[in-house]
Design a binder for this molecule. Sequence first.
Ligand SMILES: Cc1ncc(COP(=O)(O)O)c(C=O)c1O
Length: 493
Amino acid sequence: MNACLWGGGANGGTRTPDRLITNQTHYQTVLRWPQPSVDNDVHEVNGRDRIEHGQVKEEVAPPQCMDEEPVMQYLSSQGRQRTGDDVIFSWLARYRHAAAAGADAVNGTVGAMLEDNGQLAINATVDAALRQAPAVEFAAYAPLKGLPDYLDLSVTLALGEHRQALEAMGLNHIATATPGGSGALFLAASNFTERNDRVLLRDRHWGPYKGFLRGVGLGWATYPLLPGPSNETTPFFDRAGFETELNALVEHQTKVMVWINDPAHNPTGLSLPPASRLAMLESFMESALRHEHIGHTLVIDAAYHLYAQDPHGWAETLLEVMNQGWPWPENMLVCMALSLSKSHTAYGLRAGALICLHPDEKALTTLRDIMGVTGRETWSAAPRLAQYTFAHLHSKPSTGQAWADERDRLSVMLDDRRTSFVTACNEHGVAINPTHDGFFAWFECNDPVAVAEACAQDHVYLVPLEGGVRIGLCAIPVHQVDRVAKALADSQR
Ligand SMILES: Cc1ncc(COP(=O)(O)O)c(C=O)c1O
C-alpha cells in the first residue's frame, strides 16, 4: 500500500521541503488519499478538482492499488463513523457522465444556485465588492468573535425589519462570526446540551446535522415533518408530535435543544406559516416555563431565509409572543444560525454567524466569551475577507440595493421554477410534498433509490435521501421542470 501511496514521484514524500514543490498537482496527488465526501454539498479545491457548472467538485476515484478494505489501525472509532455518504456527489457524477455521453440530461442534484445555462449564479455586486477589498482585509486575521460591523449586519440580516421593535421590547442579542452556517450550528451543538443528550429535529432534515451532533457526542430524536390530514390549526407543523418528543426529552435531560431549518427548508422547500411558527414557539415556551431548571434552546437554521417570501418570519413571531405578554423564560435561549453562503453566493468564503437572543444582557456577555472561545479552539477566527466585504457592501445604500436587486432576480428565478414544477406535478399526478421557498422540492417515497433510478432512465438526475427524493430546483432551468415531473410520474407506474 505504501508503494502505491508514494507513487515514486520526483518530489514525493511528506518531507519534501516547500521550496522544492514545483509541481503542485503532483505533490497533492502524492499526499492526498481520496476520501468519499462526508458533506452532502461538498466544496473542495485542490489539484485534482474539476469545475463543473461553476462548482468545483473533487473526483473521488477508488484507490487503484487496493483490492480490499484497508485496516487503518491508526483510525479512531469516532473517525470510523465519519464515513458519511457521497450520495449527492455520486448522482451528480451520473448526471455528468450522461451529459458527457451526449444525453439531454437534467441536473437536479446540485445544492447551489445555477443560472438557466448551468453556470453557477454569482451575485455581481458581491463579486465586485470582493475585488475592491484592500489587501490587508485578505491577509489579516479577523477578531476572534468577528468584525463588529459584520456582527451588527448579521443581527440585521437575522431579524430584519423587526430588529428595533425587539430591542425596544428588551430582547438583547449577541452575534459570533462563524465559518458559514455550519460553524454556527457547530457552536450550538458544542454548547447547549450535555454529552449523550439528544437534539430534537424534524424527521426530514439536512444530512450533515447528524454529523455535527455525533461529532460532539450528541444524538437526535425526531418528530414528523408534516402533521396528519386532520390538522388544520397548525399547517405543516405536527404540534402533537413535537410536544410528545419534547416532553420525552425533558424527562431525561437537563437541557433540551431543538433545531429547525425554516423558512425554505432543505430538503423540501417547506416554510412554516405564522400560525405554525407561533404554535411551535408557544409549545417551546410553555415547556420552558413548566420546567424552569431545564435549559431550553431553540436554534433556527436560517440557511436559505433570504430567498423566502417571509424571510424574517421568526423575528415577527418572537415579537408577537412578546407583544402578547408572554414572560420570556429565563431558561430559554433562541438562536439563529445565519449563513451568507447562498444569500450572497459566497459558498466558499465561509461567512455565517450565530445570533443568540435573550433579555439578560449579563448572561449574553458570558455567552459571547464562550462562543468566542469555542470558535478559537475549533477554527480560530472566521475568515475576515467576507466579513469586511459584506459589512462594507451593506453599509452603502447603493451597493446594498444592488445586492438586493440581484438576490431578487435569483428569488424570482426560484419562484418561477417552483411554480412551474408544482403545476407540472399536478398535471402529471405526482404527489409532491408541500414546497414554498428556497432551493429544493421533495418527493416523499418508500424507495427513494428506486425512484431516482427510474428518473435516471429518463435522464433526470435527482438525489435519493432518507424517506424521499430531493429535487434541486436551484439547478434546474424552468424549461426542464416538466421533464422532472414526468419522470417522477413515470417512476410511479
Ligand atoms: C439546511 C442547511 N443548513 C446549514 C447549511 C450550512 O451552510 P454553510 O455552512 O455553507 O454556510 C446548509 C448548506 O447547505 C444547509 O443546507
